[in-house]
Design a protein around this ligand. Sequence first.
Ligand code: MGD
Ligand code: MGD
Ligand code: SF4
Ligand code: MO
Length: 902
Amino acid sequence: MAKTETRSTCCYCGVGCGVLIESENGRITGVRGDPDHPANYGRLCSKGLHLAASAASDSGRALFPEMRMDRGTARRRVGWAPALDAAADRFADIIRRHGPDAVAFYASGQLLTEDYYLFNKLAKGVAGTNNIDTNSRLCMSSAVTAYKMAFGADGPPTCYQDLESAGCVLFAGSNMAYAHPVLFRRLEDARRDWPDARWIVVDPRRTDTAAMADLHLQIQPGTDVALFHGMLHHLVWEGLIDESYIAAHAEGFDALKRMVRDYTPKMAAEICGVRAEDIVTAAEWFGRSPASLSLYCMGLNQSSQGTAKNLALINLHLATGQIGRPGAGPFSLTGQPNAMGGREVGGMATMLAAHRDIANPEHRREVAAHWGVPENRLSPRPGLPAVEMFEALAKGDIKAVWIVCTNPAHSMPDLPRVREALGRAELVVVQDAFANTDTAAFADILLPAASWGEKEGTVTNSERRVSRVRAAAQPPGEARADGWIAAEFGRRLAARLHPGEADHFAYVHAGQVFDEHRALTVGRDLDMGGLDYALLDEKGPQQWPLPAGQAAGQARRYEDGVFATDSGRARFHAIDYQPPADKISAHYPFRLISGRLRDQWHGMSRTGRVPGLFAHSPEPELRMHPEDAERRNLRDGDLVRVASKRGHLALPLKTDADLARGCVFIAMHWCRQFLNSGGGNEVAASAVDGLSFQPELKHAAVKVEKAELPWRVLAALRHPDLPALQARLAPLLGEMAYAAVSLAAPDALLLRAADASPRPEWLARLLAELALTPGPDTLEYRDERRGVLKRVAWRGDSLRGLVFAGGGHTEREAGERLLQWLLGGEPWPGAKLAAFAPRQGPERKQDRLVCQCKQVGEAAIRAELERGLSLTALKAELGCGTVCGSCGPELARLAADCGQLA
Ligand SMILES: Nc1nc2c(c(=O)[nH]1)N[C@H]1C(S)=C(S)[C@@H](COP(=O)(O)OP(=O)(O)OC[C@H]3O[C@@H](n4cnc5c(=O)[nH]c(N)nc54)[C@H](O)[C@@H]3O)O[C@H]1N2
Ligand SMILES: Nc1nc2c(c(=O)[nH]1)N[C@H]1C(S)=C(S)[C@@H](COP(=O)(O)OP(=O)(O)OC[C@H]3O[C@@H](n4cnc5c(=O)[nH]c(N)nc54)[C@H](O)[C@@H]3O)O[C@H]1N2
Ligand code: SF4
Ligand SMILES: [Mo]
């Protein structure tokens, strides 16, 4: 069969890049950027470029429905009909016995709009509960709440073209260089054309984004509200506000003005831990620029003051009239590919379809009529938001939960409590594309979902642009599309609860679901009356609002200064600064923040299958400022125990001068598939924002102590199917005090583990899983009394595998040295026996890959820069930074480090 190309959208971040998927014989063989897509014009970041690799093998995929016949027994393979019938029987039975609010659905901003719509119809219209919340509660709900409070309706007022016309860009709690790379590329280009543009970054870490800024406000975590009030204070008292805009288009300014009187830049500087002059500079740039754009993300939203942080930033825009014009406005960057679509269909426990409200009886009536269900089916009680939903599950108030396209046993705060909740539930249904996620372990019924590249629908990106997602391959095994699963279950549940009602799920293709959804938007702020699959197929992705009869969607909202509130005026909000909920103390002196790595996606079920995506940040670590480490007598590579009131985990320490003192950082991705614990959320706090119910995932009070785990294991193996090997090793990790695996080279896996004393039995199982048995190509040294084992396997002159276990420095040093040869793949240059002697074996320098596309490491880059090459010459010479550009910010930073400018 010939190769075909299918136009679709990347399944990762909210930039929503268009992709062209190349496939052959029902399998994906390549992916490139869609040159015609208005989000990326052909560009992709490192994650997008590896999409085909992540879809290359089926190992790890959920292939068949599985069901536990009895509590405590293993799941067994079953057919779709028995699995769905059993689920429907159990849900119907619980609803009959305990009422509809005894069941819950926990969904995802990674679902397609059509699937999301169906799950809402199923929960709210069939089960009769508003207990449907999603991971967007952990992500965008503060932004949603603030947009509604300030403008009367949800959704960013801005569009991507604003990136090209902004004179001042304020990045607040956004590491855009890593999290929204292709948009960051657009900003980099814009700055080249407009060198006077000013960039301000507000972040407790000097991220690659911050390193490129003209001003970095390295605030203490959680203090943004004080910072924005301090900026507003300066703007008010220096006469930099736009009085006429305020008078004509907004309300509530007097109360705000009174409140910010106290927030002098000096007072704000003390709270935030930055210099007052820098706050003044930020205010001057923001207020005087012809167009100021703010780009904000989880550093604002994931806070017990998340809504207040958003509102304080929006205040700045309204007060200076920096909104509704090209290059100006508060632009909340959406994280997931379809966070926006989820909001459109009323995807959360507190909303109804098409930006309607649960509390509004007229809204409930409209939706019930549209669905053809009795008016009183739609409950007036708001459902439980994510954290409360899992709390209710732990208490037994909710008895069954349906989890789709999200991995709460990794991504929710306070994991010990989440695991308790999932363990106590009467019924857990997990619908996932992969069988080995941390949450799948709790599933009584596991339903295999088709994944990206295998299904049809739409997603809406950060600028309100709807793009088609299309199938290019067959789902593996018996996996089925999420929409199909929702409809099949919905029909079965309806038949049990409401016999005689017409079929609510009689769809033949996804376009019909989209039509039903958009009909509900007609006449509302997000009117998509004129937007259907035919238009998307003919003219490509479209922005909403796009009412019937209009040729194109609206790029920028509120250009006329009329807002979606009853009065038509935007609202200022005066909310005082409050410190984060989890208080630091002598016992818990550090502030833990979390965030993303450049090349990993969330719980790594997809990016964790691609060795190339590990190269930039190969191993988990706790980052700490070098002075904090020194004071505690901690060194790079030491294993530390991080603990909060809720839980603890062990991690290797990495000192990092880019962190504010007193802060420590864990990347959010590491989970039980790659680590012996669930990662940073073992200790994260479940305190939530009182308005948006979003948890404070960016701040927890923790202590950090040296972990005394002298018995260490280092193992590495070259293997043809690394995801399969990783899946086999994952269950072993949890039994050690520390253990981690990573796909450290294109064909090799690396494992490190540690415990208080030798664990010979565990070691034997590890050797068995690695199939590193003694033989003619194997060298071994053993000292059982000391718990020492060294085994090295060869293939010709090259290392095939190694295991070094023991407590001494000697073993460690020799092991680390050999590891570099194994990962590098070159033949071992010395005598084989020298492999065991620490100081005799030849040395091979470890290097970290910076540019994934051209495979260029840090050492080579530094060498060229130190030789005097400029950044431009460096790129020309080594090729780094010339393909996807994801490493561009880091190259610029290395160049600055070495005293080289552009
Ligand atoms: N500490 C800390 N915690 C955080 C955050 C943080 O910054 N710090 N960030 C939070 C935020 S913003 C977010 S968005 C969440 C993300 O947290 P999660 O939603 O848990 O993240 P993912 O790992 O992307 O989970 C998606 C799941 O869907 C599966 N999947 C992939 N494709 C499909 C499909 O087509 N159908 C189905 N049914 N399943 C599929 C994947 O295998 C995976 O298990 O994490 C939150 N947690
Ligand atoms: N590579 C990659 N990209 C992704 C994702 C991914 O998993 N990997 N996930 C996507 C998703 S779902 C999301 S939500 C986005 C998230 O995108 P971002 O929000 O940009 O990413 P994070 O790294 O979670 O957090 C951003 C920054 O907030 C800072 N921060 C912490 N506390 C505070 C604070 O109190 N105030 C301020 N101002 N800053 C603070 C952190 O140091 C961090 O650098 O990324 C999306 N893109
Ligand atoms: S920026 Fe990268 S991850 Fe985000 S949509 Fe584009 S290619 Fe995908
Ligand atoms: Mo997110």
